[in-house]
Ligand binder design. Structure first.
Ligand code: 0X9
Ligand code: ZN
Length: 296
């Protein structure tokens, strides 16, 4: 009874992941990407259609920001499609690389949005006497705190007392480091604004392969609009996980999606929009990798 007509708790998402690992035992394994401040595992899966080889891979994550529920729903949809979609173009993309897929990388914050405060964004690490949490997308150690971040622990963009002060991001970065040399892509899902974002945010200079990321990004948002007419634009993001991954490993394909909508419902995107959002996003997701991997 897992699908894309409802939002789910962390527990339900994790049960679904472990069921997938059983159902697709040859190709899917459950993995732990790290541990949060409150002691929760960051659970994901490793998908491989050529297991045992040193395959090139793509890392996909959601819900680094706790209140952005549509992001993990889209990530689980993508995972399901990579396993079940029979379209030859999709199969080619899906099976040519390994996938590390983590629907919820800020589990403490995500649980808090279900139990206490639907609008919570940050981690749940106490900082000082009055405020809790740092912005996990300002906590990465590449040009840390060089723009778009805030030093006030009560701010929603608080970068933390130092880079990787938040156990969830520190431990996840260690996991990513272990597979970093294999990474060809990193896609991080957020909401909302309908923007496809490119690194970097700390400098007005363009990164080395800005032009190809921009050109493929245009095709991706064009593919996204085909199904339901949803319009995206392209922008540049500030100081988060993609910057660190690109800056540390030189990963070629790095994007952030800011999913639906443009503010009408904001983070409270109605459940009826999960499926259409996931479908259109998957169309663009496949376009990105088809483009990079068939036009080398
Ligand atoms: O602030 C962030 O980390 C991201 N936005 S979110 O609302 N999901 O928190 C990315 C910000 C990117 N900046 C631009 N929109 N240019
Ligand atoms: Zn976000």
């Amino acid at each position: 009874d897992f699908g894309w007509t409802d939002y789910y708790t962390l527990e339900k998402i994790n049960v679904w992941l472990s069921n997938l690992a059983e159902q697709y035992a040859d190709n899917v394994s459950l993995i732990k990407g790290g541990t949060s401040y409150e002691g929760r595992d960051i659970i994901g899966v490793h998908v491989s259609f050529a297991p045992g080889n040193e395959n090139k891979s793509v890392f996909v994550d959601g819900n680094i920001h706790a209140c952005e529920w549509i992001s993990s729903a889209v990530v689980t949809y993508i995972l399901n499609q990579l396993l079940t979609n029979t379209d030859p173009n999709v199969r080619q993309v899906a099976e040519s690389h390994d996938w590390y897929i983590f629907p919820v990388i800020n589990p403490d914050g995500f649980v808090y949005t279900h139990t206490t405060d639907r609008a919570w964004r940050k981690t749940r690490v106490p900082h000082g006497d009055t405020c809790v949490g740092a912005d996990p997308n300002r906590n990465w150690g590449y040009h840390y705190n060089e723009g778009g971040a805030n030093n006030d622990p009560c701010s929603n963009n608080y970068c933390g007392p130092e880079a990787f002060s938040e156990p969830s991001m520190k431990s996840l970065s260690e996991f990513i480091s272990a597979i970093g040399e294999s990474l060809e892509g990193y896609i991080s899902f957020h909401s909302y604004s309908q923007i496809l974002l490119l690194p970097y945010g700390y400098t007005p200079d363009h990164l080395d392969n800005y032009d190809e990321l921009y050109a493929v990004g245009l095709k991706a948002i064009d593919a996204l609009a085909q199904r339901y007419g949803t319009e995206y634009r392209i922008d540049i993001a500030s100081g988060g996980s993609p910057d660190w991954i690109k800056g540390t490993f030189g990963t070629r394909i790095t994007y952030i999606y800011e999913l639906r909508d443009t503010g009408e419902n904001g983070f409270l995107l109605p459940a009826e929009q999960i499926l259409p959002t996931a479908e259109e996003t998957f169309d663009s997701f496949i376009t990105i990798f088809q483009d990079f991997w068939t036009s080398v």
